[in-house]
Design a protein around this ligand. Sequence first.
Ligand SMILES: [Zn+2]
Length: 275
Amino acid sequence: MKNRMKILAASVLILCAAVIGFAVLYFVRGDGKNKNGLSGTKRTASKKTTQKPTQKPEKKTYIVVIDPGHQREQDTSEEPIGPGASETKPKVSSGTSGVSSGLQEHELTLQVSKKLKKELKKRGYTVYMTRTTADVNISNAERAGYAKKMGADIFIRIHANGSESHAVRGALSMAPSKKNPYAASLAVKSQKLSRMVLDEYCKATGMKNRGVMLTDQMSGINWASMPVTILEMGFMSNPKDDMAMKEKEFQEKMAAGAAAGIDRYVQELESEEDR
Ligand SMILES: [Zn+2]
C-alpha cells in the first residue's frame, strides 16, 4: 500500500509539471491568440504604433471688442436700459471733457483704445473696435450688440470720469451686480475681469485705485452677452489725471496695463478650465 501511494503521488506531480510546462511553452512561443485573433507578440507591437500623439491641442484665440466711449455728437433719443426694460436712457451721452487739456472724452477714449488694440494684437488676441472715428452714431445697446455679432469673449468699454470736485482723482472699473435683471449671469466673470483690468491698469500707470463699482444702470453692460467691464481711466476734471492722460507715453502705459489685466483674466479662465 505504501509503495502504491508513493507511485500515485509521483504520477500526479509529473502530470502537473507536464501541464505547467506545456502551458509556459505555449505562451512563451507566442502562439496564444487574443479575442481579435492577433498573436500576443503582434498585439504588443501594434500597441506601440497606436499611442496617442503627445502634442497639445491648438491654443484658443480670444476675441476682444473694445468700445471707445461716446462720439462727437451725442444722441439724446432714448433706448431701453436692458433687454425688456421699460426704463430708458439716452442712446449716447456727450461725455466729459478735460479741465486742463481741453480734450473731449470721446477723443481721449479713442486715442487709448487704438493703443489698446495694438497692444492686445501683439499679445495674440483678435480685436475689433465699435468705432474708429468720432463721426459715428452708435447707441450703447448697439455697441453691446456689435460685440455679440463679432463673437467677443471679452467686451471692454473705455471711458474717463468727471466730477464737480476737481480734487477727485483715480481710476475705477464697473461691472454688473449679481442682482442685475438683464446680465446677472455675467456678474461673476465680469467682476473678475473688472478687478484684474483695474488692478493691472493702476499698477502700470500709478493711478489711484478706486475699486470696482457694481452697477445695473449702464445700457452697454445690461445689453452685453459676454463678460464686460467699463474702465474709467481717470478724472478729466482733475488737472493732474487730465494732463497725465493726454500724454502719448502715458497712454502707452494705460494700454499696456489694461491689456495685462485682460491677459490675467484669460490665464485664470484657462487654468479653471484645466482643473
Ligand atoms: Zn463716459
